[in-house]
Design a protein. Structure first.
Length: 608
C-alpha cells in the first residue's frame, strides 16, 4: 500500500486527470491481489504497444470482448417515477463516460430483445408487498416464465428501490437479481438495495458500474469523453426535487358538506414564474416538514437540547431544525428498531429482530411510532448517534387535480388529511397535516413536478373509463378539464365512490356540468354508507358489465386511481369477472385479456 500511495501521490509526471484517477481508484477497490497483478501487466502491455496481447488476456480473464464495444441497455421499472429518474441520470452519466446507453421503460421493452443484450443495468422499484411496478408486470412475467431465454452472454447489475418499513423490502429487485443468475447471466456488480434515501447508495453503485464499463470502453479503443459532473449544471437550474420551486398557496377550501365523516380539501398553489409544466396524470411533489408539536415531543422524550449543533453532510444545523426538516421522525423502521434494540438491550425489541419474526415485526412497526418506542424503552443517547437511525424526510406526491389548459400557472390538489388515534394520542399524516392544517393562503410550499407517463390520456380519441374513490378522483378532474379545453371527442365514463351522497360528492357541480355539455359521457356513483349494504365502485362495474366490456372491445383505456390495498385489487377482480362473464370464457382467459390491456398500455393505475 505504501508503494501504491506513493505512485498515486506523485502527479508531477502523470497525465491522469482527476476523473481518470477517480476511475483508477474505483477499479483498484474491486480487485484482489491476483487481479491487480493482471491489470498491472495489462497496462504495462499497453505502454509498450502490446495491445493485442493485452486484449487477448482480457478476454481470457474477464470474459470482456475488448475488440468491440459491448451494447449497454439501462432498463427501469417504476411506479411513481423515482426509478425512471435515476435511470435517466445514470444514462446521462454513462454518456459523459463515453458510453452509448439505451434507456428503456420495462413497460415499453420488447421482451424478445433480451436474448441479444450484452450489458444490462436495471433500476427497479418494489410496489406494495413485494410486487413489481404495475407497468413492469409483463416484463416480470416473461423473465420469470418458461419462455425466458438463457442469458449466458449477458452481464447485469441491479439497483433495487424499496421502503424498509415494508416486510418485502426491495423484493422486485431481488427477484430479478435471482432470476438473471438462474438464466446464466453474470453480475457486473452486486445488487444494491436502497431504502427511500436512495441518493448515496445510487451514487456508489453508479460509480462502481460505470467506472468498470468506462475502463473497458477505453481498452476497446472506442472514442470517449471524460467523466465529468459539469454536464448536470444546466439541468440543475430547473426546478425539481433537489431544487424545488417555492409555490404560494392560493386557496385551501373544504369540499365536503357539513356533518361529513371525512375531511377533504381542495388546495390551489401558484406556479407562476416557475417554468414548471405538467400533463394531466402527473403529480405534485411537496417537500414537507414535521409538525412542530411532534418535534418538541420527541426532543423532550430524548432529553435533547433543541439548539444542540449537528453536522449533516457538511452543513451545520440544530437538532430541532434537523428533526423538523431533515429526518422522518414518526414512522418506525427496521433500521430504527435495530438501533434502539442495540442501545437499550430490550429483550422485546431483540426478539422482534429475529429472522422468523418478520410478520410480528411489521405489525409492531405499524402500531408504534418512533416516539412510542422511545418512551417505552428509555435510553440516553447522543443526538449524533440517534441521527444515524433515522431516514431522510422524503417528499410526498399528490395527483394533480387540474389541467394547465384550464388553470394556467396553477396546480390543484385534492387532499384528505390522515388522522387516527394511536396510544391515546391523535396522530396526523406528515404532509397531509401540513397541507390541511398549516397551509392557509399565502403560505409558501417547496414543490416540483413528478411526471407519470403511465397515467396519460390517449393520444387518439379512444374512449376512457375512469375509476376512483375519494381523493382518487383528482386526476380525472384534470383529464376532463384537458378534454374540454382541447375540444376532444373522447367518450368518457366515470365511476366514483365515497361514503355519503349528501356530504361527500366531491366536485359534484363540475361533474354535472361536464355531463350536461357532453365532456363526460357517463357517470356511475357508489356511496357506501347511504344504504343497508355497502356499495363500492366495483359493484357498479359489475352492474354495468355489458357496457364496460363493450367499451373495452371498442378500444377504451381504463384508469384506476386510489387505494392500493383495497380499491385496486377489488377493481381488478371485478374487471376479470365481467370480462369472463361477457365474453363467455374462462377465468384464465379473462386474466389474459386484462394482461393484454396492460401490455397494450390501455390499463393505467395510479395507486398508493
Amino acid at each position: 500500500m505504501a508503494l501504491q500511495d506513493s505512485i498515486l501521490a506523485d502527479n508531477t509526471n502523470s497525465s491522469l486527470t482527476n476523473e481518470q484517477r477517480a476511475l483508477v481508484d474505483i477499479l483498484a477497490a474491486q480487485l484482489d491481489a491476483g487481479q491487480a497483478r493482471w491489470v498491472s501487466a495489462y497496462f504495462e502491455g499497453l505502454s509498450v504497444g502490446r495491445v493485442g496481447a493485452a486484449q487477448s488476456a482480457s478476454i481470457q480473464s474477464t470474459s470482456v470482448n475488448s475488440q468491440t464495444a459491448r451494447t449497454l441497455t439501462i432498463l427501469f421499472g417504476s411506479e411513481t417515477g423515482n426509478a425512471g429518474e435515476l435511470a435517466k441520470l445514470l444514462a446521462e452519466r454513462a454518456g459523459q463516460a463515453g458510453l452509448a446507453p439505451t434507456v428503456i421503460d420495462m413497460a415499453d421493452y420488447k421482451i424478445r430483445s433480451l436474448a441479444g443484450e450484452q450489458d444490462l443495468l436495471i433500476v427497479v422499484s418494489t410496489h406494495g408487498e413485494g410486487d413489481p411496478p404495475q407497468p413492469a408486470a409483463g416484463f416480470f412475467e416473461f423473465v420469470e416464465g418458461r419462455k425466458a431465454p438463457k442469458l449466458d452472454q449477458l452481464r447485469f447489475a441491479v439497483l433495487a428501490l424499496g421502503d424498509s418499513s415494508y416486510e418485502y423490502f426491495c423484493e422486485a429487485g431481488k427477484r430479478l437479481d435471482r432470476r438473471f443468475e438462474e438464466l446464466g447471466a453474470s453480475r457486473l456488480a452486486d445488487r444494491i438495495d436502497c431504502d427511500i434515501d436512495y441518493e448515496e447508495p445510487f451514487e456508489e453503485w453508479r460509480k462502481s458500474v460505470l467506472g468498470l464499463l468506462h475502463i473497458e470502453n477505453v481498452s476497446s479503443s472506442v472514442s470517449t469523453t471524460p467523466v465529468s459532473g459539469s454536464g448536470l449544471n444546466a439541468s440543475a437550474l430547473k426546478h425539481d426535487k433537489r431544487n424545488p420551486f417555492m409555490a404560494t398557496v392560493i386557496d385551501n377550501l373544504p369540499i365536503v358538506g357539513r356533518g361529513s365523516s371525512k375531511e377533504t380539501r381542495h388546495i390551489e398553489v401558484s406556479l407562476d414564474g416557475s417554468g414548471l409544466n405538467y400533463e394531466p396524470g402527473d403529480a405534485l411533489g411537496v417537500l414537507t416538514c414535521n409538525d412542530s408539536a411532534v418535534v418538541t415531543a420527541l426532543l423532550e422524550a430524548l432529553e435533547f437540547n433543541a439548539e444542540h449543533q449537528l453536522e449533516l453532510k457538511g452543513e451545520t444545523t440544530t437538532v430541532k431544525d434537523a428533526f423538523a426538516h431533515r429526518f422522518e421522525i414518526t414512522t418506525a423502521t427496521p433500521r430504527f428498531l435495530e438501533y434502539w434494540a442495540r442501545v437499550t438491550k430490550a429483550d422485546e425489541l431483540r426478539t422482534l429482530l429475529q429472522e422468523d419474526r418478520s410478520a410480528d415485526r411489521a405489525v409492531y412497526l405499524h402500531r408504534h411510532h418512533i416516539i412510542d418506542i422511545v418512551r417505552r424503552f428509555s435510553c440516553r443517547v447522543t443526538p449524533e448517534d440517534f441521527a444515524t437511525s433515522l431516514r431522510p424526510l422524503q417528499p410526498r406526491l399528490y395527483s394533480i387535480a387540474s389541467s394547465l389548459a384550464a388553470a394556467p400557472d396553477e396546480a390543484h390538489l385534492t387532499v384528505a388529511p390522515v388522522r387516527y388515534d394511536l396510544h391515546d394520542e391523535t396522530r396526523t399524516g406528515v404532509c397531509s397535516g401540513l397541507l390541511a392544517d398549516r397551509s392557509e393562503p399565502e403560505t409558501v410550499l417547496p414543490v416540483y413536478i413528478q411526471t407519470n407517463t403511465h397515467f396519460r390520456l390517449p393520444d387518439d380519441e379512444a374512449p376512457i373509463i375512469m375509476i376512483g374513490a375519494g381523493t382518487g378522483v383528482a386526476p380525472y378532474r384534470a383529464f376532463l378539464q384537458e378534454l374540454e379545453a382541447a375540444g376532444k371527442d373522447n367518450q368518457s365514463w366515470l365511476f366514483f365512490g365515497e361514503r355519503n351522497f349528501r356530504t361527500d360528492f366531491l366536485y359534484q357541480a363540475e361533474w354535472q356540468g361536464w355531463l350536461k355539455d357532453g365532456t363526460l359521457t357517463r357517470m356511475d356513483v357508489a356511496f357506501s354508507r347511504d344504504g343497508p349494504e355497502k356499495i363500492y365502485v366495483q359493484h357498479r362495474m359489475r352492474e354495468q358489465s355489458r357496457d364496460v366490456f363493450d367499451w373495452l372491445e371498442s378500444g377504451a383505456h381504463i384508469y384506476v386511481c386510489g387505494d392500493a390495498v383495497n380499491l385496486a385489487p377489488d377493481v381488478e377482480e371485478a374487471l376479470i369477472d365481467l370480462v369472463a362473464l361477457e365474453s363467455r370464457t374462462s377465468r384464465e382467459a379473462a386474466e389474459g385479456y386484462v394482461r393484454s390491456l396492460n401490455a397494450d398500455h390501455r390499463y393505467h393505475r395510479d395507486v398508493y
